[in-house]
Every structure is written in C-alpha cells, then in structure tokens.
Design a protein around this ligand. Structure first.
Ligand SMILES: [Zn+2]
Length: 236
C-alpha cells in the first residue's frame, strides 16, 4: 500500500490509498488480492487507515490512482482518452475515456497486462501468454535468466543492455513489442489518443520508447491516428 497523505499546513485532512488488485472504492475493501500480497482479499483498508490516522480515507486500485494522478497533474494533464500502464512487479492497466475513469462493472477495465496473445509463458495470475510475462520487472529478470542462466534484476538487465549485452537488449525489445501490441489492441477497442507508462520498468525508457514507437508505426491503430506515447511525470 502506498498512502498519499493530503495535508494542509500542519493538519492532515485525509488519506488516499492506491492498492494492487481489484478493490471496491465504495466499501474501501480489497475484493481480489494481487499476487504481491495474497491474503488481503476482504481486508477493510479505509477502515484500518481511518482508525490509525483519525481522518477520512479513500481507496482505489493503484493503477487507477496512478492514471488519475497523471491526468490531474502529470504527463497527460487534461487529456480525455488515455490508457495508463504500469510496468512494476506486475503489469497494470487503467482506462480514462471521455474525460472520466472507466473502471468497468467489475473494476477490471483496462487490465491489459492479463490478456492472452503475448506468447505462451505462464503468468503469475494463472493464465498464459500475458503481457506481464514479458514486460513486468520480475519477468524481465526471468526472461534474461532464460536466455543466459544468469539472474539479474530488471534494472541490472537494463544496465547490461546499455553496455551492449545483446541478450539484455533482446529482452527489452520483446517487452517493447509487447507493450506496443497492448496499445494497438486497446486503441482498436476504445479509440485512445494517448498512453502513459509508469512503474519501475519505465526507468528503461531510453531503450523501450524507440522499440514501442517503431512497433506502433509498423502496425498503426485502425483509426489512422497515431497514439501518443509518454512516460509518467509524477513518479516511476
Ligand atoms: Zn496474467
């Protein structure tokens, strides 16, 4: 959990919490816990935070919170049709359409990290061939280990790529092509103008950006309008 404390000078007035998994903002509970913290399903997050801090607390999915932040005050300020994608421990997605967040009836809209069609590797969610198997931080480390037998973090793989390690570069190129495919699929369904990418793996932006842009140019959205690709501005 990553609480963002809203403060006036000297006085805490409320707390916003972005949590991984499927959450219910109305009740402040986690409905489906993510793989990163399995036993949290049913936990009353806002109740616990309000008890601890004595101020109103609000809960949303972490990627929804990320996207709302970027639309409010970040890289996609005031834009109306945006896919938010976080490349962290896992791959998260959220949709902002017609100037508002579109969570979907189950709170799972925009979850582009867990749609099949990105290969055949097993995913943390139990499915196969999801974008998360190519583009999450732990997958980048795992895909590099598949090729070399050496276990590095995503950041170390990025550093190796910048020093000319061809295996490291190939792992990031596969991630970038996967990200582009996710963008084209989403743009074809909801007609986006922009994609904002955050999360720790976006630290490899100098390597990822040209790969994603080249793949998008080779396979443009059906609208005929290119999708703008930007890195998150508020946090990585
Ligand atoms: Zn998955």
């Amino acid at each position: 959990l990553a609480p963002l404390l809203a403060r006036t000078p000297g006085r805490l007035v409320g707390a916003g919490v972005g949590a991984a998994g499927v959450v219910d903002p109305a009740t402040g509970r986690i409905l489906v816990a993510s793989d990163s913290f399995r036993d949290w399903a049913g936990f009353a997050v806002t109740e616990a935070v309000e008890t601890a801090l004595g101020v109103p607390a609000f809960l949303d999915n972490d990627v929804n919170a990320f996207l709302m932040g970027e639309v409010s005050a970040g890289a996609v300020r005031s834009e109306s049709d945006v896919l938010g994608m976080t490349l962290g421990t896992g791959v998260g997605g959220a949709l902002w359409t017609g100037g508002t967040l579109f969570p979907g009836p189950h709170g799972a809209a925009g979850e582009i990290g867990h749609i099949p069609g990105f290969g055949d590797l097993p995913c943390t969610c139990g499915g196969r061939g999801h974008l998360e198997t190519l583009a999450s931080g732990r997958s980048i480390g795992a895909r590099y280990a598949d090729r070399t037998g050496r276990r590095l973090t995503a950041r170390e793989v990025y550093e190796a790529a910048t020093y000319g390690d061809e295996d490291a570069r190939a792992v990031y190129e596969a991630a970038g092509r996967g990200i582009a495919r996710a963008v084209v699929i989403t743009a074809g369904v909801v007609d986006l103008t922009t994609v904002v990418v955050g999360g720790g793996v976006s630290g490899a932006w100098p390597l990822l950006e040209p790969v994603v842009l080249a793949a998008l140019a080779a396979e443009p959205p059906v609208s005929g309008h290119p999708v703008r690709l930007v890195r998150a501005a508020l946090a990585s």
